[in-house]
Every structure is written in structure tokens, then in C-alpha cells.
Design a protein around this ligand. Structure first.
Ligand code: NAD
Length: 549
């Protein structure tokens, strides 16, 4: 137990330079109680996704970053600083490798064993790579997904539709607001009342019902009136979903974001929330079996809704795989959200571009919002998002913004931000990063690379090349992780962050990184045979040797 962590604000350095300062502030920001789910345990989001392995490692990270020189690089092995190397000013200041295991050892039990020995930590995607910005990060992606659902099935609006989902945690908590931003009604189930209350406090969830009957009455009334509304209800999804199915409640869209990727973080039916952690620690194998059996019931109900005509999708938490392990055979009857809605965007190099103001001043984000609107005036859905985000999103920790930008767009925005720092239009430098859930940075056969056109779903060379090219292009910190999002054994992914400190050098690095990073996604999709990616490559000058000559 330490005192709450809060990153420094303002334009005074506490380290030897802005690249190091940015890494330090973002590490601390990840653990700010406004941002992190369980800061006392160093857990940022996504079950047990951590920013540092343990408290001695955290303090060593802070100490080392504070003293790190501009031609040095700190190496981080699963949340622990293990070396400082002499490099050069174009090199990243920090290189991180989190949660990686050799293939045959890449299982949850082996990972847990090594974690208990203090040898590794679970880095999730942006927890261990210090660019988590709270639930806004996922809100944009979730907003995009529900817009795509609306476009596909419901005449481009969710007005008059009811979405059922579960899991109101760090990521899942974005679902109710994403649905209401699209005009729809959302019923969200969580076993933990405090998770629902927290999202009401953040204005991501409108209200919490007293009982399932009360919740159903409220959402059906809103659906009838075509009024946007989100309602939370306390319960176990493996009980509530089958109950709603058997009652015949008219539900249009069904998904789920419980922490199903980790069977020790999903509450089995019949287990008290208060006992779950001790039980999982004492009898992990038994707990896993019970969690998977419950997920089988949960997914069986989702397939029931599918059979009844609802739009049903897996929201990237591996619940289909776990339900199958729990003995349910039809788990993969419904698709993952990426092949269903997101892949066309990936083909254009589009993905979750994000930035945070190191000043701590919301006015800096407002200025960057205006810059984005000026840079891309033709993009209506982007303009809608930026406007709604400005009105509805409460910042958590350092003020930050996210929007999806593609090849030829991200570099423009990054260079503009750097110019704004140089001119004093922004009061301090800005960090520019992204989720690992991006176009060319992840191999994850149950999520980002599910159902690739050429069957290359599990090929993990791409994220490794992505990390290498970002390192070679001048990113400020670069990370390679395993197991984020969908769990150990199921994904390999990479991240990068650049610091716009207003210098000419930063401008050159940003221009290269933010061109090459999304270009990895374009070439990955060209290689897999997507024609739209090939058109983007031609249009934006991305070279793909096998299509030349
Ligand atoms: P979290 O641990 O913060 O929240 C999970 C929530 O699920 C908790 O509030 C918990 O109380 C609830 N829960 C657990 N078992 C339940 C049950 N049986 N019934 C009802 N509620 C239950 O996790 P998170 O950060 O919100 O992430 C959720 C999942 O989404 C994870 O599996 C994560 O890997 C995945 N994820 C998806 C995306 C995406 O883009 N789709 C991105 C990141 C993470």
C-alpha cells in the first residue's frame, strides 16, 4: 500500500528530457486512481493487466527514468527494469517486453506459476506499455463498432433497439455510452455493483435498476419510445442471459465484455463475489472448470438469441473459446467483432490513434480537437465523434483524446501537434500512441486476425516486424506483449508511443513512425489478399515488393 500515484503536470521537467518525462508521467498516469482499476495492486485494466511487476520494480522504474540520459535506453522485462544501455538519440528511451512465453509453455497455469515466482507479469495491451487513458480509449472503438452494427442492420441508428451485454469493468464500461451515443438502449449485467456505480459516476452509464424486473421494464419503455438509455443490473450473466432468453424479451443486439479471457477472473454461477479471489487462488483448476461451465451456459444463451434473429458478436474477450472448453459445441456460431465490422477499417490502416496532454490542461486537448477538425473536414463521423467526446467524455487522469485515423492521416495529425507545441499553442508536450489493437500490430486469431482472407490468422511475424520498424523509425517507447485482450497463448502484439516535444527532431521521428506504423497494417492486409488495402497502398505510396515489377 502506497500513497495514491498522480503524474506531474505542467511544463517543468522532473527528469533529464521530455522523452523520459513522458514515459514517467504515463507510467504514473496508468496507476492514477482515476485511471487504474486496482492501483494498490498495480492493476490498470483487463483482469490483471499491470503497469509494473511489483512495488520494488515500480520504484526502480521511476528512479531509472528520472535519471535516464538522452542517449540511453531502459529495458523492461515484464514490468521490471532489467538494464540501461547506451544507444543514441533516435533510439527509443524505453523498450519493453511483457508476458512473453515460448509457445508450448504459453498457457494460463504455466503463466500463473511463473507470475507467482515473481518472474513475469500480465501486461494486457496498454497497461504494461503505459498508454492506457481510461475507458475513453475503448469508448471510441466501441462507438465505431456499434455504429457499424447500426449501419449493417438497423438503418444507421440504434434508435428503437435494445442491446444486451455484460461486464461493466475498465473496458466493458464503455459499452452503455457507446450504445446511447448511437441512439440505442443498453442493458448491462455485472456481478459487481461497484463497477456499475463507478460508470454512473463517470457518466458512461445512466442508471442502475433495483432488480431484473425493474431493469427490463425500464429498457423496454425506452425502446418503445425510441429514447437512448442505459441501465445496469447486478447479476451473473450466466444466470441473467438465459433468464432473459426464456422470458422472450425482445433483444436486438447481444454481446459481452466480462473478463472471460481469464477463467480466474470470470465469476462462476453459485460463487459469491466476496469469496471469488480467495477461491480462485486456493483452487485454480476447480475454479477454472466452474467458470468455463458457466461461460458455456452464458454463450448458449447468446446462441439462443442468435437463433431468435438478434445480431450477436464476440467482443474480443475469448468467451467463445472458453465456452467451447466448457463443453458447449456451438460457441463459434456467432462471429468476432473484427471480421464482422472492423477489418475494412484495418485495410485502410485505420485504428485507434490517441494522445494525452502532459500539461494536464484540458484546454490543450480542446486545441488538438480543433486541429483534428481542421485537418480532416470531410470526415463526418470523425467530426461527430470529436464533438460528442468533447461533450460527454469525462477525462480520467491526464486529459486525453482518441480517434480512429488511417494511413496518410496519423502522420499529419502528429506533425501538427508537434508544431503546436513548438509555437506555444499547447502549453506542454503531448504523447501520441495507440492501442495494440490496431491494424498491423497484432496477431490474435480470436480477435484482430480472426478469419483472415488467406488463413494467416496465427502468423505472429507481423507484430514483431511492427515493433522493429517503430524502433528503427524513432518511437519514444516500443513494446512487445503476449496474451493481451484474449489471454495467454492467444495473441502477440506490439505498441509504440511518440513524444511531440516541439523539437525539429521530434517532428522528423513522428513523421516517420506515424507513416510506418499504420503502413504495417496496410502491407499486412495487402499480403493477405485484401484488394482495398492494395488500393490504399497504391494511393499512399506504401511499397509492397511482391506487387511490384
Ligand atoms: P475488467 O476485469 O475490468 O471487467 C470485467 C467485468 O466483468 C467486471 O466488472 C466483473 O465484475 C464482471 N464479471 C466477471 N464475471 C462476470 C459474470 N459471470 N457475470 C457478469 N459480470 C461478470 O475487464 P475489462 O478491462 O472491462 O475487459 C473485459 C474483457 O474485454 C476482457 O476479457 C478483455 O480482455 C476484453 N477486451 C476487449 C477489447 C475489445 O476491443 N473488444 C479490448 C480490451 C479488452
Amino acid at each position: 500500500m502506497t500513497k495514491p500515484i498522480r503524474a506531474a503536470r505542467g511544463s517543468q521537467l522532473t527528469t533529464r528530457g521530455w522523452q523520459q518525462e513522458a514515459a514517467l508521467r504515463m507510467l504514473m498516469n496508468n496507476l492514477d486512481p482515476e485511471v487504474a482499476e486496482r492501483p494498490d495492486d498495480l492493476v490498470v485494466y483487463g483482469g490483471t493487466g499491470k503497469a509494473a511487476r511489483d512495488w520494488p520494480s515500480y520504484h526502480a522504474l521511476v528512479r531509472t527514468l528520472t535519471d535516464l540520459r538522452e542517449d540511453e535506453t531502459m529495458l523492461v522485462q515484464s514490468g521490471r527494469p532489467v538494464g540501461v544501455m547506451r544507444t543514441h538519440e533516435w533510439a527509443p528511451r524505453v523498450l519493453l517486453a511483457n508476458s512473453n512465453l515460448v509457445g508450448d509453455w504459453a498457457t494460463w497455469p504455466e503463466f500463473r506459476r511463473l507470475e507467482q515466482l515473481g518472474l513475469t507479469m500480465y501486461g494486457q495491451m496498454t497497461a504494461g506499455s503505459w498508454i492506457y487513458i481510461g475507458t475513453q480509449g475503448i469508448l471510441q472503438g466501441t462507438y465505431e463498432t456499434f455504429s457499424a452494427v447500426a449501419a449493417k442492420r438497423f438503418g444507421s441508428t440504434l434508435a428503437g433497439t435494445l442491446t444486451l451485454t455484460a461486464g461493466c469493468g475498465g473496458m466493458g464500461g464503455a459499452q452503455p455510452l457507446a450504445v446511447t451515443m448511437n441512439g440505442g438502449v443498453c442493458l448491462i449485467v455485472d456481478v459487481d455493483r461497484t463497477r456499475l456505480d463507478r460508470r454512473v459516476h463517470d457518466r458512461y452509464l445512466d442508471e442502475v435498476a433495483d432488480s431484473l424486473d425493474d431493469a427490463v421494464a425500464r429498457v423496454l419503455a425506452a425502446k418503445r419510445d425510441r429514447r437512448a438509455l442505459s441501465v445496469g443490473v447486478v447479476g451473473n450473466a450466466a444466470d441473467v442471459f438465459p433468464e432473459l432468453l426464456s422470458r422472450g424479451v425482445e433483444i436486438d443486439i447481444v454481446t459481452d465484455q466480462t473478463s472471460a479471457h481469464d477463467p480466474l477472473a470470470y465469476l462462476p454461477v453459485g460463487v459469491d463475489l466476496a469469496d471469488a479471489r480467495d477461491y480462485a487462488a486456493a483452487k485454480p483448476a476447480e475454479f477454472t472448470d466452474r467458470a468455463r461451465a458457466s461461460m458455456a451456459k452464458h454463450v448458449e444463451a447468446m446462441v439462443g438469441f442468435l437463433d431468435a434473429g438478434a445480431e450477436v458478436f464476440d467482443y474480443g474477450n475469448s468467451i467463445r473459446g472458453e465456452a467451447q472448453l466448457g463443453g458447449y459445441q456451438r460457441a463459434f456460431d456467432f462471429p468476432g467483432f473484427v471480421p464482422a465490422y472492423i477489418r475494412p477499417l484495418f485495410c485502410e490502416g485505420k485504428g485507434p490513434f490517441r494522445w494525452a496532454a502532459l500539461s494536464g490542461d484540458p484546454a490543450d486537448i480542446a486545441a488538438t480537437d480543433r486541429a483534428i477538425l481542421e485537418l480532416f473536414p470531410e470526415n463526418e463521423s470523425l467530426a461527430r465523434w470529436i464533438k460528442l467526446a468533447g461533450e460527454r467524455v469525462a477525462f480520467q487522469g491526464l486529459p486525453a483524446r482518441i480517434c480512429w485515423l488511417g494511413q496518410g492521416e496519423r502522420d499529419k495529425a502528429g506533425v501538427r501537434f508537434n508544431d503546436m507545441v513548438a509555437s506555444g499553442e499547447l502549453s506542454a508536450p503531448v504523447v501520441i500512441g495507440r492501442d495494440h489493437l490496431d491494424t498491423g500490430s497484432v496477431a490474435s486469431p480470436y480477435r484482430e486476425t480472426e478469419g483472415m482472407a488467406d488463413g494467416s490468422d496465427a502468423i505472429a511475424d507481423w507484430p514483431l516486424l511492427n515493433a522493429l520498424v517503430n524502433t528503427a523509425s524513432g518511437a519514444s517507447w516500443v513494446s512487445i506483449h503476449h496474451g493481451g485482450g484474449v489471454g495467454i497463448g492467444r495473441s502477440i502484439h506490439a505498441g509504440q508511443v511518440c513524444v511531440a516535444d516541439g523539437t525539429a527532431l521530434a517532428g522528423q521521428k513522428i513523421e516517420r513512425v506515424l507513416t510506418n506504423d499504420p503502413a504495417m497494417g496496410v502491407i499486412r492486409h495487402v499480403d493477405a489478399g485484401y484488394e482495398s488495402a492494395r488500393e490504399v497502398a497504391d494511393r499512399t505510396g506504401v511499397r509492397v515488393p511482391m506487387t511490384e515489377g
